[in-house]
Design a protein around this ligand. Sequence first.
Ligand code: ME8
Length: 524
Amino acid sequence: MTKFYLTTAIDYVNGAPHIGHAYEKIQTDVLARHFRQRYDDVFFLTGTDEHGIKIQKTSASMGISPKELCDTNANKFKECWAGLEISYDKFIRTTDEQHEEIVQKIFKKLQENGDIYKHSYTGLYCSGCESFLNPRDLTEDGLCPDHLKKPEEVKEENYFFKLSKYKDRIIEYIKNNPDFIQPEFRANEVLNQLENIEDISVSRSKDSVSWGVPVLDDDSQTIYVWIDALSNYITALGYDPVNPNENFKTYRPADVQVIGQDILKFLAIYWPAFLMALDLPLPKTIFAHGWITIDETKMSKSLGNVIAPKDVMEHFELEHPDAFRYFMMTAAPAGRDGNYSDNDFKEKVNADLANNIGNLLNRTLNMLVKYFDGEIKAEFITPSDNEIAKAAMDTVQAVKARFDKFEVAEAAQEIVNFANIVNKYVNDTAPWGLAKEEKMLDCAQVLYNVLESMRFIGAMLAPYCPNICQDIYKQLDRKEIAVEVKLDSLKWGEIPVGNLTEKEKIKPVFLRLDSEIAGAAKKA
Ligand code: ME8
């Protein structure tokens, strides 16, 4: 049995989901759907991070309880993921009773192991980061560099975790495991941060933060939100420091944990240290994706430029999320920043999904009907060592290699490159010309090559565009579900002899988005 366990960051519920959150969840979903096409047992975890000072303050300013705010917003995230067809296996909320209980036990175990001690402390706390900041990391004006807000001076007696004790082991682990931090260029950043690492405060007094998990046997202290949040990756599998659970053993450690680069320190330093302290194996890869901007501007409530996925879906009157999923996944190379604009979105999906892939299928099916009554004969079936078949098989290997490095945009580009090759092949061989010259067998074999190529494309692209690819499969009269096709089972020459289609059945799998559609949606 091959297993694959992937996770996302869990989102703070002090606001509603936007396309930055969506970028990460779609990316992890595409990975999950791809690896389901390769492995026996894939477990995909996502959820929401519901404790801490930000939620306490936001709910207070709205005059509702923190739990009410969490329930309302956790539902917004769930609805948003449903609309984007995020195929998670479990959605964890850090307010789940079982999670809270295990977080307390984890904290207790760290205390018993001597990794946690009490200490009086004065520090600068940024509620945006939910973290103490080092004075040397502030801007010249004394602001948090990420949130541009003045951190609050906090004087408290807190529990501290001996992070410094694990520093050398983490450095060694990063150096010995080049796959641990991906993309690789992020590893140096983490190694630099590790140079200055000190013990960290892992609780706050209940008077300052009441919305959180209380320390067992000391409810004057609330467990630090990052211990609480990071633990979700093991509590969701049923980890219990006292009673081990089989399900936990099946999936641990995570194969890839997808997060934004802004929280890399927490995942690549704090999290491994906690796991080492609990004597648990470290995840194989932490993958840090880049930042998504809108029209080249950082999204912010104050600028009023925050876009939710449903804004895009409604604006373009999309029937399903495929085009949006596809665009987001191609918006940036692995680990780099990306941008959304209505115009780029429209151009990209029109070029790749409508023109390149959709038209290729459509015109080929129309020629099959026109010249051969929509029927495949035995002599049309081409050998698997022809150039197009070889390019198709090579593309499957290239896509798999890209996914092994979590290069989702690059994998999509491999598929598009293959579609380009097939388009060029059609233009070069000109099957309509062959038909005119009455070279009917040559013409039929070109069409067969294209249809087989489309079957390969449908399977490889399905993790990005499950609906469009299912339509491709329907057009090809396939009985299987495109997104469930096992990539290693893809063999050339499987479109069978017989009637494949007829005029009335041919439909475009993706209609070009044009400004009229967008305009009409706007007016409505
Ligand atoms: O950080 N572009 O929650 P969060 C790309 N609760 N990614 C973005 C983004 C953008 N514009 N905005 C946010 C937290 N993200 C913690 C995580 S994990 C144990 C706890 C990403 O709601 C961000 O990088 O602020 C993070 O990975 C995720 O969305 C949740 O962000």
